[in-house]
Design a protein around this ligand. Structure first.
Ligand code: SF4
Ligand code: SF4
Length: 159
């Protein structure tokens, strides 16, 4: 996705979140087991804004309905843009843990970051999970999740 499109989608996302700011969010349900905040995801937000859905769909060359996602748990671990089965979702499904932050084996190989996913946000999973572990899910969701995503996509690294 070009930076121009990224910025366009970012603005749409911000407007939409502002419009929906008084709606109650079930953060436990809307956080994927791998630590991705589905409630901040553009593919989730695209459900509520057809213009946003069309813009993103244009990038992936699919129909707007195909990119809309109800969130990891509602989609049974099948992300809109990933047809394969998610190993993390499958692993946690049979436990009573909410996220990998609660797991004794955290961080396992399934959470490994990969450069070929860097344009999406998969490489933020471990950082998110560490913050969930430190702050608790609710506090992380309310105070940090959106900022982590924003910094990952639009921030500038510095030492
Ligand atoms: S695309 Fe993935 S991260 Fe986004 S809402 Fe769907 S399951 Fe969550
Ligand atoms: S082993 Fe633990 S950290 Fe790894 S995917 Fe399963 S629940 Fe998550």
């Amino acid at each position: 996705m070009s930076m121009e499109i990224f910025q366009k989608v970012r603005k749409m996302g911000e407007k939409l979140k502002e419009k929906r700011k008084n709606e109650e969010i079930d953060y436990n349900y809307m956080t994927a087991p791998c630590g991705l905040p589905c409630f901040e995801c553009y593919l989730y937000l695209a459900q509520f804004d057809q213009g946003m859905a069309e813009t993103i769909a244009g990038v992936f060359n699919v129909s707007p309905d195909e990119i809309k996602c109800k969130g990891c748990r509602a989609e049974n671990g099948k992300c809109a843009h990933h047809p394969m089965e998610c190993r993390v979702y499958k692993c946690i499904e049979s436990t009573d843990m909410k996220t990998c932050a609660e797991c004794n084996d955290f961080p396992c190989e399934y959470l490994h970051p990969y450069r070929d996913q860097a344009e999406k946000w998969h490489n933020t999973k471990i950082y998110n999970l560490c913050r969930i572990k430190k702050l608790g899910l609710e506090k992380w969701a309310k105070e940090e999740a959106g900022g982590i995503l924003d910094k990952y996509f639009y921030g500038t690294w510095t030492l």
